[in-house]
Design a protein around this ligand. Structure first.
Ligand SMILES: Cc1cc2nc3c(=O)[nH]c(=O)nc-3n(C[C@H](O)[C@H](O)[C@H](O)COP(=O)(O)OP(=O)(O)OC[C@H]3O[C@@H](n4cnc5c(N)ncnc54)[C@H](O)[C@@H]3O)c2cc1C
Length: 443
């Protein structure tokens, strides 16, 4: 199927970065096409949601045996986020000469970024916060992109897809793009870009299994790690050499009188170790079925803990990992935990142990799960694969999602990806100029 319509902007991938570009450019009156390979799986709030939202049902591992999650649904990984909001870090973007503060401020209003009331943070999280402060750490209530009017206490299902619609996800921006006139096609996988005379002219792939192509003079790749394969097919071979995933480790312990099993995750925590050590500490633990899967793969020692799962309280250490490894064909990739990554994780695990013990956990109840990655990023880095305007060496071909991060964020990603989407949309507006779809001048 060859669509004869000519679009101003074609966006590939509806995650936080892509959905934002589609929404912003559609609101400016451009002819926009948003293509997403996943569907609108709507049975939210259970383990099946997670499996259906991830590439190969989440069963993707590095050659070194570590699991890293890749999104495969309308809205991308934002559907599974815990809703924790951290603004774009100056430490990462400042050195590239990029200031995202005005875009971040606008995004915060639209995503409803705020600190939740204590009733929604919950007793277990507040107890961990108290223990951390007693142990001498600077814990605080964290900001979230969660609507307190819709959120309920002691739910904790954010990372299973929020069935109450309380959490911001990129689906909201995708739907708003459609309402503003964008064509949004799900179950459509882009395989390659069409290049004519050194500039991009559209994309090719398949829709519902049937070959399809679409024409447009500006193409924005927001397909996460898929960007790498599309760019390589276009001759940009260095994409995907080295990448980041913000290694994380879940640490759980049995604290008498509380359990974070049903607590709203990442509503308290600390970034006090971020600047010096690249470490963030935030209370969150996998749900029972994910814990069972991890336990199964990590041996009898952890399997025996399953019956006591509902007594656990969990805290995660997330680190700024080194750019390392490589993406290969298909879903094959290498991503080692480097010596520096290991040191950072160990330091975080040590701090968490001391907090859990301060809260009353016995040392022998504390378990640290294997490192894993939930933030694939930095595969098409600014300054390497794209320039500061996120454009590749092929004119009119851009990337906009976590893949363009110049290095690891080591922090929640959504607010930054949305801010980058807004910045790119403003750039495209200047670049495209002129008259819009409706005949009005662009704003
Ligand atoms: C369990 C979990 C919890 C998290 N918690 C938080 C949190 O609390 N706060 C936070 O800020 N961040 C959190 N994150 C991270 C955050 O959700 C993601 O890093 C972020 O949403 C990534 O956005 P992105 O724009 O890079 O694209 P992605 O979400 O990776 O989206 C890419 C999209 O492109 C589509 N696609 C891929 N290839 C193609 C193709 N060839 N053709 C068409 N479509 C394609 C995919 O299906 C997907 O929809 C969490 C992540 C996970 C997994």
């Amino acid at each position: 199927m060859a669509d004869t319509k000519e679009y101003d902007v074609i966006v590939v991938g509806s995650g936080a970065g892509g959905a934002t570009v589609a929404r912003e450019t559609a609101l400016r009156g451009r002819r926009v096409l948003l293509l997403e390979r996943g569907g609108r799986f709507g049975w939210l709030g259970n383990t099946l949601t997670v499996a259906m939202s991830l590439q190969r049902f989440g069963m993707v591992q590095s050659r070194e045996g570590y699991s890293v999650t890749f999104g495969d649904t309308y809205g991308g990984l934002s559907l599974l986020s815990a809703g924790c909001a951290v603004p774009p870090p100056q430490a990462v973007f400042g050195p590239c000469g990029i200031d995202l503060s005005s875009e971040a401020a606008e995004a915060a209003r639209e995503m409803r970024v705020q600190v939740l009331p204590d009733e929604l943070i919950g007793r277990a999280n507040l107890r961990l916060l108290e223990a951390a402060v007693d142990a001498g750490y600077g814990w605080r209530r964290m900001e979230n992109f969660i609507d307190p009017e819709r959120c309920v206490p002691d739910c904790g299902d954010c990372m299973l897809g929020c069935r109450r619609g309380a959490k911001f996800t990129a689906r909201q921006f995708g739907d708003e793009a459609a309402a503003a006139g964008a064509d949004v096609l799900l179950h459509t996988t882009v395989r390659e870009v069409i290049v004519e005379g050194g500039r991009v002219a559209g994309v090719r792939g398949s829709r519902l299994g049937v070959p399809a192509s679409f024409r447009g003079g500006t193409v924005v790749l927001s397909g996460g790690v898929s960007n790498v394969h599309i760019l390589r097919r276009a001759g940009i071979e260095r994409a995907g050499r080295g990448f980041c995933c913000d290694w994380l480790q879940f640490v759980g312990g049995i604290v008498p009188g509380i359990s974070t099993a049903r607590a709203n995750p990442m509503t308290v925590g600390t970034l006090e170790h971020y600047e010096a050590d690249g470490i963030a500490l935030l209370p969150v633990f996998p749900n029972w079925s994910m814990f069972a899967v991890v336990a199964f793969f990590t041996g009898l020692r952890h399997l025996l803990k399953i019956p006591r799962f509902w007594s656990y309280s969990g805290i995660m250490v997330k680190v700024r990992d080194e750019t390392a490894g490589e993406l290969y064909r298909g879903t094959s990739f290498s991503k080692p935990v480097t010596e520096r990554d290991r040191k950072r994780l160990d330091k975080g695990v040590g701090i968490i142990r001391s907090i859990l013990k301060k809260a009353g956990a016995r040392d022998d109840s504390i378990v640290a799960l294997k490192p894993s990655g939930a933030h694939p990023s930095a595969t098409c880095r600014i300054g390497d694969v794209v320039d500061v305007n996120l454009e590749t060496e092929i004119r009119g071909l851009y990337c906009c999602d976590a893949s363009v991060f110049p290095s690891s964020l080591g922090l929640p990603v959504v607010w930054t990806a949305v801010s980058l989407g807004k910045r790119l949309a403003a750039h495209l507006d200047r670049r495209l100029g002129g008259v819009t779809r409706s005949g009005a001048r662009s704003r």
